[in-house]
Each structure stands twice: as structure tokens, then as C-alpha cells.
Design a protein around this ligand. Structure first.
Ligand SMILES: Cc1cc2nc3c(=O)[nH]c(=O)nc-3n(C[C@H](O)[C@H](O)[C@H](O)COP(=O)(O)OP(=O)(O)OC[C@H]3O[C@@H](n4cnc5c(N)ncnc54)[C@H](O)[C@@H]3O)c2cc1C
Length: 458
């Protein structure tokens, strides 16, 4: 089915990077993280340049459904399990601050961003999900999140067996928000370049096919970090694919609803209907096709009278311990920084990351930054990362057997085809390519070779 956007996409254009240029901070990647950081640093009077491979917001941001919330469901469980109570509590506080920050930015955007303050509810849509809602309520109260039982189940458009509510959250149109921030950053002096895929990162230099940028600091905001091949970092991250569906003719509702289940469905209202999302699983994994079919059955069951007018897949980068990865890539080198791993919650995550990076770059102290460091250490790190590392090794080994499948240009892994999205996906590190081999998602930087025989084999 054709991609149909539910939000206005502002008509903006920026030049490609040509020739040699200089700046204080070079940001690679014009998604939510890169643009929010560009906006903040420019406000601080820094000389900033942002380089985007295609168009601003064309990555995970183009799938983002605009829920601005501190209701991160199972992510707090992961943080608590990995890094303990202090980290989980701090993370929830920072998420709440980030909501205020995003709302303030959206209000000052100068163009309509569809902002509304709303309640987020986590609902049990089947009786066996009720214990999960009770556990979540307990956990979130322990870490200071002001959740409360929903007494009348709100205006949930589908039957709900129990629900908790979190008030004063927000909804907005992410692409309008992102483009407004970019326009303000550009007005403030940030040089923005699009259609400029970065092909190489050298110390203090960003290189594209038609130009280069010298910078004292480089911040990589490309989702899965560009050209990253270090196993210790790769095992901190995974890419997950989610499917979106635009439905017309659903009952009217307000706020957002999250199903209390791993890989559950989330929904938000849009004019004339609803926008539904389901996490299908790790990008490139075998179960994705089946999960996509389950999603179709689920929304038909929830909304038998609704009409599907658009459906597509996008992916986002998840961190295995739940905390985003923000800060210097290396322990002793403060010249190359990253921001990624927002685990499906990049609106608040990008704001939080931009604030941390901004303070780091301005040399201000920030004790909380240690929980987010890409090379962070904590007592349970080995136990937390082991299952992911084993799964990655297994996927690499399994793919080595599938020699007839196309190879990813990142680390040579064999790929799988996802017919619902008409794209090839790497099950090890999550790069994605079109049927013809054009890059759809990093960490791969170069197009893949797909032979006519492989195209037929799909
Ligand atoms: C289906 C879906 C729904 C979501 N809904 C929500 C929601 O309701 N609320 C919420 O808070 N979050 C949501 N998210 C998560 C949010 O969209 C992401 O966390 C966020 O967009 C990630 O931002 P980013 O800047 O890290 O990455 P991206 O938005 O992916 O940006 C990375 C950018 O880097 C560019 N890039 C890549 N390689 C290069 C290169 N070589 N050179 C230059 N540029 C490059 C890409 O083109 C891209 O523009 C959702 C995500 C998905 C997939």
C-alpha cells in the first residue's frame, strides 16, 4: 500500500554540502536528535553545521506518531533491571522535564505543530493483560511517575479491562515540529545541508561525495551510528521494525492509548480516524512477516468498520538496557559524540539527549550524564547484554548459511526480504535496503548489490 502521510510535510529545501567548510560542531543526521541539538547549540551562539543524507526527518522521524510522553512502559523495567532504582527514577524525571521542553519548543515553533496536551493511557485490551497493568502501576509509582488508575477507562475506542492514566502529556505532528526547529536553527546561523550522505568520518572531519566539513567536534545522530563496527557498542543496540496503519472511520477518541503488552498496539487520534502502530520485532528477524499479518487481524478486530488508507513500516534504534546512548564514543576522546537508542520514544529522548550533549559541549558539569554514556559500566551489564550478543552471533552464523541472499554493505551479513515493506533487512545490525538495493536505514552507508536472480527469489 502507498505511503500516505497523516501530517503536513513542510516544503523546505537546503543545499547539498559542496567544497570544504569549517565549523565548531558538525552534526551528522537530520532527524529529531540532530535537529534538536542543532537548534540548542545555535541558541548558545555556537557555529554549527548539520549534514543530512537525504531530507530532514526522512528516517525514524517520518514514522513517529507524535506522542510526547514519559509513559515508556517496559523501558523503565529494563532500566531498573540493568542500572537500578536511581537510574530509573532519574530517567523518569528527565523524561518529564523533556515533555515541558518539547511543548515549549512546539509552542514557540512559529508554525502550527498540531500540539495538544493530552492524557496517555496504558490499557489491558484482554483479561490476561490486567496483571501487567498492575505491575506497571506499581513500578511507575516507585520511580515517582504520577500515574493513577483510570476509573471509567476514558474514551478508549476498544474494550479495555483495566487502564492507568498519566496526565499532562502531549501530542504533536513531529515533522512540522522538526522542520520548524530546523528553520529556526538556520535563521540563527546553523548551516544545514541535505542530500549529502556522509561517506567517511575522519578525526575532526566529515566527508561527503561532494564536500567536507572540518569541525572541532562531530556528533553522530544517524540512528544506528554510522560506520560503527565495534561489537561492544553494537551489542548495546538493536533496530526494531514497526508497522503503522492509518484508519478512517474509527470511533472518536482523545489522547493516546498504549496496549500493555510487549509488541502491543498503540493508537492516537488523527482527523477522521486513528493512527495505529505495532512493534513487529527486531529488524530482519524471521517473525516480522507473521507479526505484520497479526497486526492486520488485530486492527480489523478492534475496528471492523474502519478503512485502511495507508500503511508502511519504519524502524528505530533501541538500547538493550533501556537508556539512550548519549555522549563521547570513546572514554578518553571528547571529539566524537553520539546520540541514539531512544527505543521508540525519540521526541522526549532527543530533547533529553540534546540537553546532555549541549552541556557536555559547553563544558558544564552534569553528573546524570554518566548513566547515558555509550561506554557506560554497571554491575549487570554482562547479564543484560549477553542474550542480545548471543542472538546477534546466532543471526550472523545463520545468515552465513544463506549464501544466495544479498549481502549488507555494513558488515557483509546476509539479508532477508520483508514483503510488507518491500525491502531487504539485515537481521544482525538492522540496515535496510530497497528492492533495488538503495539504503533505507543505517548503519550501512553504501547501496547493496541485488542481482536479478535475488530479486526474483524474494
Ligand atoms: C513507527 C514509529 C513510531 C514512533 N512514534 C513515536 C512517538 O509517538 N513518540 C516518540 O517520542 N517517538 C516515537 N518514535 C521514535 C522516534 O521517531 C525516534 O526515536 C526518533 O525519530 C529517532 O531520532 P534520530 O534522530 O535518532 O533518528 P532518525 O530520525 O532516524 O534520524 C537519523 C537521520 O540520519 C540520517 N542519516 C543516516 N545515515 C546518514 C549518513 N551517512 N549521512 C548523513 N545523514 C545520515 C538519516 O537520513 C536520518 O534523517 C517512533 C518511531 C517509529 C519507527
Amino acid at each position: 500500500m502507498e505511503e500516505k502521510h497523516w501530517q503536513e510535510i513542510p516544503d523546505t529545501s537546503y543545499p547539498a554540502l559542496r567544497g570544504q567548510r569549517k565549523c565548531d560542531v558538525a552534526i551528522v543526521g537530520g532527524g529529531l536528535a540532530g535537529v534538536t541539538l542543532a537548534w540548542m547549540l545555535t541558541r548558545q551562539g555556537m557555529d554549527v553545521a548539520l549534514v543530512e543524507a537525504k531530507t530532514l526527518g526522512c528516517g525514524a522521524a517520518s514514522g513517529c506518531t507524535g506522542k510526547v510522553t514519559a509513559q515508556l512502559e517496559e523501558i523503565y523495567t529494563r532500566v531498573l533491571h540493568a542500572q537500578g532504582h536511581e537510574a530509573a527514577q532519574l530517567f523518569s524525571e528527565m523524561q518529564r522535564d523533556a515533555i515541558k521542553g518539547v511543548v515549549a519548543l512546539a509552542k514557540g515553533a512559529g508554525i502550527p505543530t498540531g500540539l495538544s496536551v493530552q492524557t496517555v493511557r496504558v490499557s489491558a485490551l484482554a483479561p490476561d493483560q490486567v496483571p501487567g497493568v498492575e505491575d506497571l502501576m506499581q513500578l511507575e509509582q516507585r520511580i515517582g511517575l504520577p500515574v493513577a488508575w483510570e476509573t471509567d477507562h476514558g474514551d478508549c475506542p476498544v474494550p479495555s479491562y483495566a487502564a492507568i492514566r498519566l496526565e499532562r502529556q502531549a501530542l504533536l505532528e513531529p515533522l512540522a515540529y522538526l522542520h520548524a526547529l530546523a528553520a529556526q536553527a538556520a535563521e540563527g546561523g546553523c548551516a544545514i545541508f541535505t542530500d549529502s550522505p556522509v561517506t567517511e568520518l575522519q578525526p575532526q572531519q566529515v566527508i561527503t561525495r561532494s564536500g567536507s566539513l572540518r569541525a572541532q567536534l562531530i556528533v553522530v545522530c544517524t540512528g544506528m551510528p554510522l560506520h560503527l563496527r565495534r561489537i561492544s557498542l553494537l551489542s548495546m543496540l538493536e533496530q526494531r521494525t514497526a508497522m503503522l496503519a492509518i484508519l478512517e472511520g474509527t470511533p472518536t477518541f482523545t489522547g493516546s492509548y498504549l496496549e500493555c503488552r510487549t509488541q502491543g498496539v498503540t493508537m492516537r487520534p488523527i482527523p477522521g480516524g486513528a493512527l495505529l502502530v505495532k512493534d513487529l520485532g527486531i529488524t530482519g528477524s524471521k517473525c516480522l512477516r507473521a507479526q505484520a499479518d497479526t497486526f492486520t487481524r488485530e486492527w480489523r478486530h478492534f475496528f471492523p468498520d474502519a478503512r485502511l488508507t495507508g500503511s508502511w513500516v519504519r524502524q528505530d534504534v533501541y538500547s538493550r538496557d533501556g537508556m539512550p546512548l548519549v555522549g563521547p564514543l570513546e572514554k578518553r576522546d571528547n571529539h566524537l559524540l553520539i546520540a541514539t537508542g531512544f527505543s521508540g520514544w525519540g521526541l522526549t529522548g532527543s530533547y533529553l539527549a540534546a540537553r546532555l550533549l549541549c552541556r557536555n559541549i559547553l563544558g558544564r558539569s552534569q553528573p546524570e550524564g554518566r548513566f547515558f554514556l555509550p561506554h557506560r559500566h554497571y554491575a549487570r551489564k554482562f547479564a543484560v547484554l549477553l542474550p542480545g550478543a548471543l542472538r546477534e552471533a546466532g543471526a550472523m552464523a545463520a545468515m552465513a548459511l544463506h549464501r544466495d541472499m544479498p549481502q549488507c554493505t555494513h558488515m557483509g551479513c546476509r539479508m532477508r526480504y520483508l514483503p510488507q515493506a518491500q525491502r531487504w533487512e539485515c537481521p544482525c545490525h538492522g540496515s535496510a535496503f530497497s528492492i533495488l538495493g538503495e539504503v533505507r536505514a543505517s548503519p550501512a552507508g553504501k547501496p547493496a548489490r541485488i542481482s536479478p536472480r535475488q530479486r526474483r527469489m524474494r
